[in-house]
Design a protein around this ligand. Sequence first.
Ligand code: FRU
Length: 498
Amino acid sequence: MKSSSLIFILLLSLSIACQEKTTQQSAVALVFDEPFRPQFHFSPPSQWMNDPNGMVFWEGEYHLFYQYYPDSTVWGPMHWGHAVSTDLVHWEHLPVALYPDDNGWIFSGSAVMDLKNTSGLGTKDNPAMVAIFTYHDPIGEKEGRNDFQTQGVAYSTDKGRSWNVYEENPVLKSPGIKDFRDPKVFWHESSSQWIMSLSVKDKISFYASSNLLNWKHLSDFNPDWAAYGGVWECPDLFPLVTEDGEEKWILFVSINPGGPQGGSATQYFVGDFDGKSFTSTTQSVKWLDWGADNYAGVTWSNVPEADGRRLFIGWMGNWNYAQVVPTHPWRSAMTIPRSLHLSKISDDYLVQSRPITELKKLRVKSNPIDGKEIALDGELLELELNLAADQFSMVFLNELGERLTLKSETGNLMIDRSQSGQVDFEESFTEVQKAPLQGLEVRNLRIYLDRSSIEVFVNGGEMTMTSIFFPNQPFNLLKIDGFENSNQLHHLRSIWHD
Ligand code: FRU
């Protein structure tokens, strides 16, 4: 071939390659801007997502796996989707990590770094990231068996990029109880063993292991005064220390239905764990979040001690309507990451959720809020408000007259999304959400508003409400009443586009 033709062919293929790249890039630029697409919350590029799974920190990356069905925007055969972040704010989407296999679909679970190589699945120099999850066998379920949920293990020695399924799965078989799932595992230093919290119908069972592969039953937790409106799911057991240095163990248990707004919600217990059993110090039902849309949330493992935070993320959805919300081509998002704190008030304990400080980097423009009507010049907002009166109200409005209201009234904090835009996909979606203040004096609010969600933090985390909504146009006006003049409005940038 003549050299001029060779050069021509080379140039041609180069230009085709460039074109392809540009097409891919513009395709990437196009997604994440659909109506209702969260702009600073994690959501999958497309298809169905529910619970956060396997959250673990390793070598500078926060891993977020999640319940994922890559073939549809409704729930189906579960996989583990995967994303990583170096700052918990910006996320990189990675390929699906775990696929259904002969043992079943991959339900919720956790991941740990096996730093001492107790499992032998990695080495001490290159420890394995070990995922412990539930296998849900749809064939066994169809056959009417009651042992179709078992626990399995998979591991990665390359920062979660590729996964091997443990050959002798399952590692924990069902004792013949249909709901036997959502293992959350951590290394318990004082008893030198791995502890697994597992949802077993309407109780939490604790198991222990020296190697993540053989598990023995330790104890069960199901006090008669707890909330039992539905099946118990997605437990998490971890210590928190009060400002006075007192350590308590916190047990999260998500329940569905039976939440305070109907459907899904997460209750928690504050108590002690001695390496065998958990006992609750307090004896009243506590909700982590009073809004309708924070479910199945758990905390990251292996966060460096120098950081020291207990970091949480929840699924911003409710099983009452998650599968029919008007989003396309994806369904569901996660809450913003939160850090958890324990406070003691008289004899009672309170788990507080606070937005992680890293989110401040999203602020593009900050203005004091003057007056009672504020024109909004963007739809991604963070508001810091101090109360000036006993009662307050704030309404986000758009030109179609659609509105989202947050207010205090008759001893409750309330979110009303009944006229917030698209609401008629499920009857209960329009119900006003009420959180009883029970003597809590609201002093200040911090609010995060994304295209289709609001997260409200009262008094730095003493009460939280999370709710989704679907306006047909962005809200461009805010009306407030009952606040001081010193309030701040921050416009935020998208984490997907600059
Ligand atoms: C909670 C849950 C878990 C289960 C998973 C299935 O939302 O029901 O108990 O493992 O979702 O997707």
